[in-house]
Design a protein around this ligand. Sequence first.
Ligand code: GDG
Length: 498
Amino acid sequence: MNTELVIVYHRQPYEEVMENGKLVLREPRSPNGILPTIKRFFSHVDKAVWVAWKKSPAGKTPNFERRITLSDSFGAYDVVRLPLDAGQINQFYHVTSKEALWPVLNSFPWLYSTENTHWATFREVNRLFAEAACEHAAPGAVVWIHDYNLWLVPKFVRQLRPDLKIAFLHHTPFPAADVFNIMPWRDEILDSLLACDMVGFHIPRYSQNFCALAEGLRAGIVRHEAPVPEPIHTTGMAMSETVVTTHLDYQGRRILIDTWPIGTSPDLIAETVDSEDGRARTANIRRDMNAEILIVSVSRVDYAKGTRQQLEAFERMLLRRPELAGRVKLLLVTVSAADGMAVYKAEQTKIEQLVGRINGHFGTMSWLPIMLSTTPMPFEEVVCAYRAADIAWITPLRDGLNLVCKEFVAAKNGESGVLVLSEFAGSAMELSDAVLVNPFSRNSMDEGLDQALDMPLQERSERMQRLLAHVRKYDLAYWTKHVMSQFAKLTADEKPAP
Ligand code: GDG
């Protein structure tokens, strides 16, 4: 793209580590997750600027440079560090984003609470992000804002710099209007999203929810729709849609609605698991897990990821199928959230209690049914754990997309294995060869697990071949190309008339 890209994402695109008493900025060790996914775009533009927050003592001049230039394997780029104090971080992110917005986005309105919310701080921090982006953006640059905790940035950018093209990507679900509208700030959030040139979502259901919400709250919106494109499923599933909105016309402006799921990096994953080191790691995991049937589940500690419901289903399975005692093991990797989020701390405690109960009740001196890890593992270990597993069990109650399921398919790289996937993960709209389950239904969870355990070898490998073909075709490079083509539409001189 013959222009500049300004990425606004709350986290810094590198790790800060102390080496010999000196602070060193290091490329994230793990090549998966949101940061490396977004950083791929650096190699597609003339110049890239990344805006993120950095902790700074309250009331003091920050002891770091605001703008630095870095170069790593993704290319050269500038990072603008927005100083936020501990109170701002807590109020903007840990409390308002995670305790008020997150439950709404994921359709858990009963967990939504405004008692604790600091909307004024949230707005102020969003304004600061917008100012930082505008201050450092070249004329006509594309400003690409990521995720709901920066929902108010577009409106401020539009006011400050009408010359910029504003794109926004939701990594999360977008709820139906009757859930979204419980928020007293619904109009402010909607107006900000309507200030964008492009609003992005992973799957058609989220795009349709957003557009229906906009139509309901604002007169004069004209919606243009088209059939849902291949390879997204259009009927018969919990989140199926047959049509999707391509753009909205509103107040003389055109807003592109972009709907496309992120892919993973199958080549990198296959290379890692099939290397000499990868094969040895996989064999070690298999040996250490010491089970005939290995089930793997990988996620973050978050009630939306459905880990408790999964543990309850695993417990029912052990009761229902006593012949599996001593033969099956669940490797549960659920990484703890950052400190300061009460809601996640409580969730982790409940998970640990359930694991303790199940291991205590069913375990013997030579076999524990669950191996739990709440600390992050190296990337190589994660993908080799996928390769070692017979079943990947990914059953979030809600998930914008879910990349773990795609990584599992890539790590298997054609070897047989079963993916059990929640219908409420965005990825389910692409991966219909998984065993799809409804995590809100005990019967569905039980039947799905039984189906996976009992699936004949031929069916396993046929399903896996089809899943792999999809994950390979619609990989991260495909998504990157797709987004770049959408940006090109925004920056084209001749835009279609509204
Ligand atoms: C958000 C949305 C959407 C996990 N444990 C370890 C580890 N991981 C890696 C996985 C995967 C990533 O973290 C998790 O990605 P997900 O997509 O599953 O979930 P979120 O983090 O919740 O991401 C989600 C995504 O944004 C993209 O838009 O799909 O719906 O919630 O890559 O492999 N990586 C390492 N050690 C671990 O212990 N190295």
